[in-house]
Design a binder for this molecule. Structure first.
Ligand code: PMP
Length: 400
């Protein structure tokens, strides 16, 4: 695996054992699962086997799993599908300010369609308060959607408690489990989740495939109409190689999750400690109740984008908390919601580790970072001691 790759969160490598399982379905097993002949049947059986594996991963039933094109589609199906189905019952949804864009954007779409959405704030470490969820629920609330963990700052949310509160009020509970699925077991025999979003790539499977768990008895309106595949909930010919790969990926994760966690967490801790030893550096997100592969810090007086590019020149791939678009550099909305100041959020560095991360990767970062940070601070318009000047900030291309 690529040395110096510390951006698992944006695109994890595919496990070679997964590739091996997929290959026959890209070549000889090319059939369509929907047809009656034997070539199609081989594919149908492979899809069924993958469904059983994903179900077992969640301690659920195969009939409760719908394969999709990824987490974005699963989130859209969970949110829009529930809202459309339950429109007559109510039109209020509760969620949070730090959900992934594939949750926030469909919810904003639903707002335009007449639904009311309460986006709950989070505390300084990114935690959602279950009491706030309880208070936000009303008689017309149909759905609560809270992520299992935050993909950017690694905060593990108290979703078990929140889901129980929703259950007490007979409100459906959805969680986007994508950031957590490789690290935290999800046992739906004990957790009262009604809808769960999974992604294949975040568990070392291929991109472009995911699943939505829909608890038996929960009715969801399809958002993709066509040939009626996936029990009518997701029309379109199944991505057979992708689904097979996803099935193999969850099977490996089930067997190796504990090992992954115990190998990666100490390396991640060393990374965080090493970075926090540098001056004017702050941890984003909590120290405890944090995803084992996530390290995210902010360096005062510098911009994350310059940091990413400088690290890339040293052979290290990382992410900044900010999304970069052609003209403006937007600070992370997650960090702003956590109360991080606009100009500070720009100096964030997100490192994510995974199954093939090594001590050498950690070493590389801890050696390369201090001189880069020092050099960027020397060049910075926001040097220590300087007040944050909005005009100056805009001159550097930032929107306020
Ligand atoms: N939810 C979370 C928490 C994510 O991190 C991502 C991105 N991996 C998504 C949803 C969307 O996934 P995709 O782009 O594969 O649809």
């Amino acid at each position: 695996m690529t040395k110096g790759f510390l951006d698992y969160q944006s695109g994890a490598p595919v496990d070679p054992r997964v590739v091996e399982a997929m290959l026959p379905f890209l070549t000889e097993h090319h059939g369509n699962p929907a047809v009656l002949h034997s070539v199609g049947d081989t594919c149908q059986q492979a899809v069924d086997a993958a469904r059983e594996r994903v179900a077992s991963f969640l301690s659920a039933e195969p009939s409760e799993i719908v394969f999709t094109s990824g987490a974005t589609e699963s989130n859209n199906l969970a949110l829009k599908g529930t809202a459309l189905r339950l429109r007559k019952k109510g039109s209020h949804i509760v969620s949070t300010e730090i959900e992934h864009r594939s949750v926030i954007t469909p919810l904003k779409y639903l707002q335009r369609e007449g639904f009311e959405v309460t986006f709950l704030p989070v505390d300084g470490e990114g935690f959602v308060d279950p009491a706030a969820v309880r208070e936000a629920m009303r008689d017309d609330t149909i759905l609560v959607s809270v992520q299992m963990a935050n993909n950017e700052v690694g905060t593990i949310e108290p979703v078990g408690e929140i889901a129980s509160l929703a259950r007490e009020r007979r409100v459906l509970f959805h969680t986007d489990a994508v950031a957590a699925e490789a690290w935290i077991p999800i046992d739906l025999k004990t957790l009262p989740f009604d809808l769960v979003t999974l992604s294949s790539n975040d568990i070392y499977g291929p991109k472009g495939v995911g699943a939505l768990y829909i608890r038996k008895g929960v009715r969801v309106e399809p958002v993709m109409h066509g040939g009626g595949q996936e029990n009518g909930l997701r029309s379109g010919t199944e991505n057979v190689p992708g689904i097979v790969g996803f099935g193999r990926a969850v099977e490996i994760a089930e067997a190796e999750m504990d090992d992954d966690v115990s190998r990666v967490r100490p390396m991640r801790n060393r990374l965080i400690d090493g970075m926090l030893a540098m001056p004017d550096t702050t941890l984003n997100g909590p120290r405890e109740r944090r995803l084992p592969g996530n390290a995210n810090v902010r360096f005062a007086y510098i911009e994350g984008e310059s940091l990413i590019l400088s690290l890339d020149m040293e052979g290290i791939q990382a992410a900044s908390g900010s999304a970069c678009s052609a003209k403006t550099l937007e600070p992370s909305y997650v960090q702003l919601a956590m109360g991080v100041k606009h100009e500070e959020a720009h100096g964030s560095l997100q490192l994510s580790l995974g199954r093939w991360s090594t001590e050498e990767d950690v070493e590389m970062v801890l050696e390369a970072l201090p001189p880069i940070v020092e050099r960027l601070r020397e060049m910075s318009a926001f040097k220590p001691g300087m007040e944050y000047d909005k005009e100056e900030f805009r001159k550097h291309g930032h929107e306020d």
